[in-house]
Design a protein. Structure first.
Length: 672
């Protein structure tokens, strides 16, 4: 049948860029054609079922008795099950027995199942009229769909999962649901990809991913576990297009059913209902009590957890921070935030708005706060949040708060920021806030932090020492400040034919891949923790489009021998990452790292930098055995003033729990 809403003139099948194996059905279908017990379960090999003379009730009794025996042997108090049995099924009656206790469900109880055996015409006809219109509108707007599966290369998957996570976090913030760190979804992909039980769909426009769905498969059943859309994706109906494309994609692969996987809110239920399918209600969760005393302990603990959750939800909203001028930042603060960051020397890239994607990738999403006076920002603070058990958290403020520490009102402003952070962290049920300001040790600014109610700690998460190079306006004058060996290496590199190039194209992913490879090679030689390519991509994508990042490459002929990442914040530049190849034994030395650093400094100066931060060196009194000795000696050759940052302080929000936890181990040190 042809609908009369005018949308049928367009193709019903979205154009899908498939990055898959093309192998058809993702796993062997069950011999009996029924759904697996769980979409996450691996289906057993198809076998010819044996006939049994025992009644189903007898088999059921033996199953329950077996569960009891195993649970007792493992000292388990309670067994919770969530079977995929509909509430209308005759089997559901078996859960009325007294030893089954109804329990809160972890998985969705209500969902919709789409029968993929219907023709494409019928599936399209079953869509709600509005859904057909929105899908057609998205296609006319030039949106495209791509599908990824287990055959997609690892680098592409890593990048795609980062985009998926970014979209999911944004959706969760708008819709009010929680999300997990990126590593959780990455681990899920890695666990299911070997058997090709996982898919990832995106709807994009002009290369920007706007909506996404994460699917798992079992037998002939496909289920969408997670999904979301950006604000632009919602406006362009990318969320409608990607779901329709996924339904058709799984039909084409040979799957029998498509599970829309839950209707948690009325709005989501209405959205999913528009795609047709049969409404399904499952029996939900049931507890089999094996040890009554142990069960009582578990239930008491769960009740305490639920009470904590309710207390958290009843806490004052984020906007109700009762410190004058202190509030959570909004999107409209973006330009003023960046302007203040670039103007004040107490700020650097770790407070850049573009760094938010890196924090998300690390599983520590940032909350941003501002302090206003007379409708003007006078301080900014970005706090990265690491979640712990029972809804608690630790916060971390890297190289912040950012404010003018030379201002006559610096102490009062800092006090208000600390008071505001305390109120916001308490509302979030944080245990403590680690603060590491970008102020120099033994300066008047550093003494302020001992006066505002903070607890000084020895450990730092960022490198405690660095060198700051004054970028003099003349090449000869700047070169003259370097030590003689460094000057020789720079000139020798030029004589040996080493050339440099400056990369500023935000879309040049190959430059990022090459940089990551060289840094990995360099750190591997030094036995350091290897960086993530996705972290480098997140930095580049966050900063390069705004003109605040460059990649400098040094080549000999066609061979890339060194590469470094340059970041600019106002009149300050940062030498963030760099790597180089190791010259073969007996090979003529060409010193590409020196050529790259020399070009980095000149490029930074051309971009407006006056001070160049070499970002981390060994302490001044460190000997040659210090693990940072080698590259610290390299950096020292470029002169610069040795600087030690003031250190770290903890803002203690919950003194009891703070005393029980190792704050540093929870935050876990990360490279910047």
């Amino acid at each position: 049948m042809t609908p009369t809403d005018g949308t049928r003139s367009l193709s019903r099948r979205p154009s899908v860029l498939s990055r898959s194996s093309g192998s058809g059905v993702s796993c062997a279908a069950r011999a009996d054609g029924r759904r697996c017990a769980s979409p996450l379960a691996t289906p057993a090999p198809a076998t010819t079922p044996r006939k049994s003379s025992r009644a189903p009730s007898s088999v059921w009794s033996e199953l329950v008795a077996g569960l009891r025996r195993v649970a007792l042997a493992e000292r388990v108090a309670t067994v919770r099950i969530e079977p995929e049995i509909t509430s209308s099924s005759p089997v559901a009656a078996r859960f009325q027995a007294s030893f089954w206790r109804r329990a809160p469900a972890n998985q969705p109880v209500k969902t919709r199942l789409i029968d993929l055996s219907h023709s494409e015409d019928d599936l399209h006809t079953n869509l709600r009229k509005k859904h057909r219109q929105y899908i057609a509108k998205a296609e006319r707007a030039g949106l495209t769909v791509e599908r990824l599966d287990s055959a997609t290369d690892e680098e592409t998957i890593a990048s795609a999962l980062a985009d998926f996570h970014r979209i999911l976090i944004g959706t969760g913030e708008r819709a009010g649901f929680n999300t997990r760190p990126l590593g959780y979804y990455r681990d899920a992909w890695r666990a299911m990809a070997p058997a090709n039980h996982v898919r990832l769909y995106f709807a994009s426009r002009d290369g920007s991913r706007l909506a996404t769905l994460f699917h798992v498969t079992c037998g002939d059943h496909a289920a969408e576990l997670y999904g979301g859309a950006t604000s632009e994706g919602t406006d362009t109906h990318a969320n409608y297009l990607v779901k329709w494309a996924a339904i058709l994609g799984f039909k084409e692969e040979g799957f029998a059913t498509y599970d829309l996987w839950g209707e948690p809110t009325a709005g989501i239920a209405q959205f999913k209902e528009g795609f047709g399918g049969e409404p399904i209600e499952l029996v939900g969760a049931r507890d089999l009590v094996v040890n009554r005393a142990g069960d009582l302990v578990v239930r008491t603990a769960l009740a305490a957890r639920d009470q904590l959750t309710r207390s958290r939800r009843a806490a004052p909203p984020r906007s109700a921070i009762s410190v004058e001028g202190f509030r959570e930042a909004t999107e409209t603060d973006g330009a003023a935030w960046q302007a203040l960051l670039e103007r004040l020397p107490s700020g650097d890239v770790l407070h850049d708005s573009g760094w938010a994607a890196v924090a998300d990738l690390d599983g520590t999403p940032a909350r941003r706060f501002v302090l206003e006076e007379n409708n003007e920002l006078v301080a900014i603070c970005s706090a990265q949040v690491r979640r712990t058990a029972l809804g608690r958290s630790f916060w971390y403020v890297p190289h912040g708060p950012v404010l003018d520490y030379d201002h006559p009102d610096a102490f009062q402003r800092l006090q208000r920021v600390i008071d505001g952070l305390r109120a916001a962290a308490k509302a979030d049920r944080a245990i403590a806030v680690r603060i590491e300001p970008r102020v120099e040790r033994d300066t008047p600014a550093s003494t302020l932090f001992d006066k505002v109610g903070l607890h000084r700690v020895d450990a730092t998460l960022q490198t405690p020492d660095t060198r700051l190079v004054d970028l003099l306006p003349d090449d000869d004058a700047l070169l003259a400040t370097f030590d003689k060996d460094t000057r020789y290496a720079i000139r020798r590199a030029e004589r040996e034919g080493v050339t440099t190039a400056v990369i500023d194209d935000p879309n040049d992913d190959q430059a990022v891949i090459d940089l990551h490879a060289l840094v990995t090679e360099t750190l591997d030689r030094a036995n350091y923790r290897l960086p993530s390519l996705e972290r480098y991509r997140a930095i580049w994508r966050g900063l390069a489009p705004a003109g605040r990042a460059r990649i400098i490459q040094a080549r000999h002929g066609d061979v890339l021998e060194a590469s470094g990442l340059l970041i600019l914040e106002g009149d300050r530049s940062i030498y963030l990452y760099a790597g180089s190849i190791r010259e073969a034994k007996g090979e003529t030395k060409r010193f590409p790292s020196y050529a790259a650093q020399w070009q980095i400094m000149r490029t930074a100066r051309e971009m407006g930098s006056k001070t160049h931060d070499l970002w981390g060196v060994a302490p001044q009194d460190a000997g040659p055995d210090h693990p940072w000795s080698g590259y610290s000696l390299f950096k020292k050759g470029f002169d610069g003033r040795f600087v030690s940052w003031a250190g770290s302080w903890d803002l203690i929000v919950d003194p009891i729990l703070y005393g029980l936890r190792d704050f540093a181990s929870i935050l876990r040190r990360r490279d910047p």
